[in-house]
Design a protein around this ligand. Structure first.
Ligand SMILES: *[C@@H]1O[C@H](CO)[C@@H](O)[C@H](O)[C@H]1NC(C)=O
Ligand SMILES: *[C@@H]1O[C@H](CO)[C@@H](O)[C@H](O)[C@H]1NC(C)=O
Ligand SMILES: *[C@@H]1O[C@H](CO)[C@@H](O)[C@H](O)[C@H]1NC(C)=O
Ligand SMILES: *[C@@H]1O[C@H](CO)[C@@H](O)[C@H](O)[C@H]1NC(C)=O
Ligand SMILES: *[C@@H]1O[C@H](CO)[C@@H](O)[C@H](O)[C@H]1NC(C)=O
Ligand SMILES: *[C@@H]1O[C@H](CO)[C@@H](O)[C@H](O)[C@H]1NC(C)=O
Ligand SMILES: *[C@@H]1O[C@H](CO)[C@@H](O)[C@H](O)[C@H]1NC(C)=O
Ligand SMILES: *[C@@H]1O[C@H](CO)[C@@H](O)[C@H](O)[C@H]1NC(C)=O
Ligand SMILES: *[C@@H]1O[C@H](CO)[C@@H](O)[C@H](O)[C@H]1NC(C)=O
Length: 224
């Protein structure tokens, strides 16, 4: 493809125009519009949890995640931190994912097993059912070709009554998909990744990756 042609421009492009929107659950604030916000700032684009009290009720077994990326591909990670004012996003929900194609990407029901593993690793008893009523925050990280990272966070309250997005809302844009990082370009389908590379922004790496459970993940970076 034109990958090699664009390569020399990639880092420049990432620095000047890389960004992504969060569609669902609602983000803390518009990190592209708020004056003091910047997606380059760890861990949450310089938007504190108290900026906007918005919390989306999200299924205890993990909910849908929907993002809108502006780049042809981006390495994407989604992490979760339990609590009211999270600084430690140490449960990895989506890892090793190369989002391909610019536009909306929706993971309807993809993070349940990662969430379960994360709870186990943290010795949190009660399983996902025990999360009912618990506040938490999601962090989506996108890594550009140049190695720069972008961040956005969403605050949630786990609820046994919350639902996944329905199929009408949860759709990938035309040509948008994903593959494990390192997969051939031809491979568009998301398959559980067997690899265990560590992750950039935070968190212990508890893999799963699209396909198993509930929560979510998302979009990212690079060319263009
Ligand atoms: C807080 O959330 C509301 C409702 O979505 C939104 O209209 C507003 O822009 C948000 N405030 C900030 C500071 O992002
Ligand atoms: C982060 O936000 C605070 C206000 O919440 C602002 O004072 C500060 O300048 C911002 N940091 C950057 C690097 O923009
Ligand atoms: C995604 O972003 C593009 C460019 O900003 C916009 O045209 C498109 O409507 C967005 N898609 C969704 C589903 O929000
Ligand atoms: C949340 O944490 C930030 C940074 O540690 C702190 O400034 C803020 O006061 C805390 N907010 C609440 C409601 O505890
Ligand atoms: C969970 O428990 C195991 C066994 O007791 C311990 O080795 C591990 O450090 C604990 N993990 C955390 C995050 O506390
Ligand atoms: C994640 O961080 C929380 C709060 O700091 C801690 O209680 C929990 O044990 C950590 N989990 C793991 C798996 O390290
Ligand atoms: C969850 O956060 C909201 C504010 O966003 C707060 O009113 C509520 O008490 C918190 N719930 C728990 C269980 O801490
Ligand atoms: C969107 O694409 C990703 C990656 O291929 C896939 O895991 C997900 O199921 C797709 N979403 C929908 C709603 O089909
Ligand atoms: C990510 O996907 C893009 C587009 O298909 C591809 O060019 C690139 O090589 C992939 N990167 C990795 C590390 O898999």
């Amino acid at each position: 493809m034109f990958g090699s042609f664009l390569l020399p421009l990639a880092s420049f492009a990432a620095l000047t125009s890389a960004h992504f929107h969060i569609i669902y659950p609602e983000w803390r604030g518009d990190s592209l519009e708020l004056e003091t916000a910047s997606q380059w700032i760890w861990p949450c684009a310089n938007i504190s949890e108290t900026t906007n009290g918005t919390r989306t009720k999200w299924p205890t077994a993990g909910g849908s995640i929907m993002i809108n990326g502006s780049h042809e591909f981006a390495f994407t990670y989604v992490n979760l931190g339990l609590g009211d004012n999270v600084t430690n996003f140490n449960i990895s929900l989506v890892d090793n994912f190369n989002q391909t194609g610019a536009g909306a990407l929706c993971l309807k029901d993809a993070v349940k097993s990662a969430l379960e593993e994360g709870l186990k690793a943290g010795n949190i008893t009660g399983g996902t059912d025990g999360l009912d009523g618990t506040n938490a925050s999601l962090q989506v990280i996108q890594i550009s070709h140049s190695g720069s990272s972008l961040y956005n966070c969403m605050d949630i309250t786990f609820s046994k009554d919350a639902k996944l997005l329905d199929d009408e809302q949860c759709k990938n844009g035309t040509g948008v998909g994903g593959a494990p990082i390192g997969a051939s370009e031809a491979q568009e389908a998301a398959q559980p990744s067997a690899s265990g590379t560590t992750q950039p922004g935070a968190a212990s790496s508890l893999k799963p990756f699209i396909g198993s459970g509930v929560l979510a993940m998302v979009v990212a970076i690079a060319f263009l």
